[in-house]
Design a protein around this ligand. Structure first.
Ligand SMILES: [Ca+2]
Ligand SMILES: [Ca+2]
Ligand SMILES: [Ca+2]
Length: 367
């Protein structure tokens, strides 16, 4: 008994000399948000994935300019800015202008004329922007080009065999390859052949017999967290799908607007509350040691000290209260042979097996 008291007094002395800061490792979780544009309006819609519930809208406004339609969408990997193609009422040539949109600062600006009849855009992981044109009726080819982020103008790279409507491109994060979809009645989905002579040398992905095969493709884009492509098909009803790089297709439901440009934005967010904690880990660093006793005593007795981030973790004796008895219990368990072990969950993270009024305000980053 005297050993415990002396140890406790010694600790209180250490505690009084200065606190120990909380160094909890809080992990980030990531959510994917779909952004869309359509030719019918000048709205960028933000939708939850996979539920497709609309989260927000952003109206693209250019001072002194009327926008007559928007198509194609791509997200710049380094800045998160969206790039799209817009048609201006003031432009007598019916060709689109490349536009850069910063959603965070709610700004939109014209980069410059894209010159050719581009219908979709995609960034590769290095931040180079590419576009694909509609099929030229004279040549029956769709041009694949790099687009300048300075002027908006194109540098032709290669040509895809023409489709009978609908052209869309996307880069897959997992293999860093270009994917291409085209067609209305004869829809094809293909990916860049790594041993081909150009980006337009492709390997066919068999989607015959799937719902994607019999309707115009309006837009595709990579959904990186799922390693799938999202695919918007023409029409209402079931018009929104995932497709794998081997042609596996699943319906996600329907979009209520005629989206012709898609981009997935990945957002870092604090992880949702977890029921998992480690008993005895008063400072939330996922270890149980003397620093936890010091932290607990600080929080109880030294004004201005940080609070125990997860009260359940500090309730070492699992009696539903957070007090000096928990520090004593912890010190005994750590240093006095034959003392009672720390109750579950310990030494692994877990849920509290005994209900109590304590909460875990800031759960530790349990594996
Ligand atoms: Ca700890
Ligand atoms: Ca307790
Ligand atoms: Ca409990």
């Amino acid at each position: 008994m005297s050993f415990r008291i002396h140890l406790l007094l010694a600790l209180c002395t250490i505690v009084g000399a200065g606190g120990i800061s909380l160094d909890a490792q809080q992990g980030n979780c990531f959510i994917s948000r779909l952004h869309t544009v359509s030719f019918d309006d000048n709205i960028i819609r933000e939708l939850e994935l996979p539920g497709l519930v609309e989260v927000s809208t952003f109206e693209i406004i250019l001072p002194g300019q009327d926008i007559n339609g928007v198509r194609g969408l791509a997200i710049q990997p380094s800045t998160g800015h969206l790039f799209t193609l817009c048609f201006l009422a003031s432009n007598p040539n019916n060709t689109p202008f490349l536009m850069e949109i910063d959603l965070l600062n709610a700004s939109a600006l014209i980069v410059g004329p894209a010159v050719l009849d581009f219908v979709d855009l995609a960034f590769d992981l290095d931040g180079t922007l590419y576009g694909v044109t509609s099929t030229d009726t004279a040549t029956n080819l769709a041009q694949f080009c790099e687009l300048s982020l300075i002027t908006g103008g194109p540098s032709p790279i290669c040509d895809f065999p023409g489709g009978d409507g609908g052209e869309s491109i996307g880069f897959k994060e997992s293999d860093q390859r270009l994917y291409h979809a085209a067609g209305t009645s004869d829809v094809r989905f293909e990916r860049e052949n790594p041993t081909g002579t150009s980006a337009c040398s492709t390997i066919n992905i068999d989607i015959s017999g799937t719902p994607l095969a019999d309707g115009r493709v309006d837009a595709i884009c990579d959904w990186p967290s799922e390693d799938l492509f999202l695919w918007k098909k023409e029409g209402s009803g079931s018009n929104f799908f995932t497709v794998s790089s081997t042609g596996g297709v699943e319906s996600l439901g329907s979009l209520d607007h005629p989206a012709n440009g898609l981009a997935v934005v990945v957002i870092a967010t604090p992880c949702p509350p977890s029921d998992l904690f480690l008993r005895g880990d008063a400072n939330g660093d996922l270890g149980v040691n003397i620093a936890d006793a010091v932290f607990l005593l600080n929080s109880l007795f030294v004004p201005g000290s940080p609070e125990v981030p997860c009260s359940d973790g500090g309730d070492v004796n699992d009696d539903g209260g957070l007090n000096i008895a928990d520090a004593v219990y912890l010190l005994n368990a750590l240093f006095v042979p034959g003392s009672s072990p720390i109750p579950d969950p310990n030494p692994e993270c877990g849920e509290d097996p005994t209900a109590d009024g304590l909460d875990c305000a800031t759960p530790p980053a349990c594996p």
